[in-house]
Design a protein around this ligand. Structure first.
Ligand code: GAL
Length: 321
């Protein structure tokens, strides 16, 4: 009798905690959605997963690399593990726009154009991301930015079949990010295609406090480098904003360096685990065409990915459900 009572009491306690936690989690999900005014694309309900060209290739990119990366994402199993975006970073366009003011993909490195690349990537079951800048030129100064061309560029991206825009912050003409970024948010909303919007103003204006209505993720730090100190300092800076990350909008301590050679396997394992726990975007930054078995094992660890992609906040709920 006594044992039964104790068991009943604990069951009741666990169920009550579970109910309270589930309610808290649900409340925050719906209120997040209700609050979103400028950006309502329904994307980023969990942190984005994919690949980006910058950390490994910088400006040395071409369409063949993007196609081969898409192939490798599928053939290695990364796509099946949840990585869906193939993102082209800086240096994909000519320095000058055409006579109508449109972006021109670089003729020597992207001769088939971006639409053809998007078709190729979509045929693999993946999504294509692109890069621009909320200033007059991108950070490399090798291509134009979108300041003053927001609607035109958003329409161009949508017409090409782009699924993701990373939006950088160089050459800003002295205008605050809080003014420049929402213009692109509105332009994307009008462009007629859901495009994940990744803000990259390096945490300058504390974007966690305002970007939830503007983008699906926001950088909280300067650029990561492929070493332990850089990685852990990004994690520390990012941690401060943990309470602001929610479905639809995530803190971004920059892209992964796993597999780029500057850290040990153990350090890369820590890097990936910290990013997963922080609900950070999981954007692979190495050459996936030639990654090692160790790199693949870190990046495809399903239990770690589940922590990052889990939709419930509580650690209690998985035990109850
Ligand atoms: C930086 C950005 C990097 C990369 C680079 C391209 O501002 O933080 O992730 O996009 O520009 O020039």
């Amino acid at each position: 009798m006594h044992q039964k009572l104790v068991l009943c009491f604990f069951t009741f306690l666990l169920l009550s905690i579970g109910c309270i936690t589930i309610k808290a989690a649900r409340t925050s999900f719906s209120s997040t959605h209700d609050r979103r005014s400028l950006l309502d694309n329904g994307l980023g309900r969990t942190p984005q997963m994919g690949w980006n060209s910058w950390n490994h290739f910088a400006c040395n990119i071409e369409e063949k690399l993007i196609r081969e990366t898409a192939d490798a994402m599928v053939s290695t199993g990364l796509a099946a593990a949840g990585y869906q975006y193939v993102n082209i970073d800086d240096c994909w366009a000519e320095l000058n726009r055409d006579s109508k003011g449109n972006f021109v993909p670089k003729t020597d490195t992207f001769p088939s154009g971006i639409k053809a690349l998007a078709d190729y990537v979509h045929n693999k079951g993946l999504k294509l991301g692109i890069y621009s800048d909320a200033g007059t030129q991108t950070c490399s100064k090798k291509m134009p930015g979108s300041l003053g061309h927001e609607e035109q560029d958003a329409k161009t991206f949508a017409s090409w079949g782009i699924d993701y825009l990373k939006y950088d912050n160089c050459n800003d003409q002295g205008i605050s990010p809080k003014e420049r970024y929402p213009i692109m948010t509105k332009a994307l909303q009008k462009a007629g295609r859901p495009i994940f919007f990744s803000l990259c103003e390096w945490g300058r204006d504390d974007p966690a406090t305002w970007a939830n209505e503007v983008g699906n993720s926001w950088r909280t730090t300067g650029d990561i480098s492929d070493n332990w100190n850089s990685m852990t300092s990004r994690a520390d800076e990012n941690d401060k904003w943990a309470g602001y990350a929610k479905p639809g909008g995530w803190n971004d301590p920059d892209m992964l360096e796993v597999g780029n050679g500057g850290m040990t396997t153990e350090e890369y394992r820590s890097h990936f685990s910290i990013w997963a726990l922080a609900k950070a975007p999981l954007l692979v930054g190495c050459d996936v065409r030639s990654m090692s078995k160790e790199t693949y094992e870190i990046l495809s660890n399903r239990e770690v990915i589940a922590v990052n992609q889990g939709r419930l906040k509580s650690f209690i709920i998985p035990f109850l459900s």
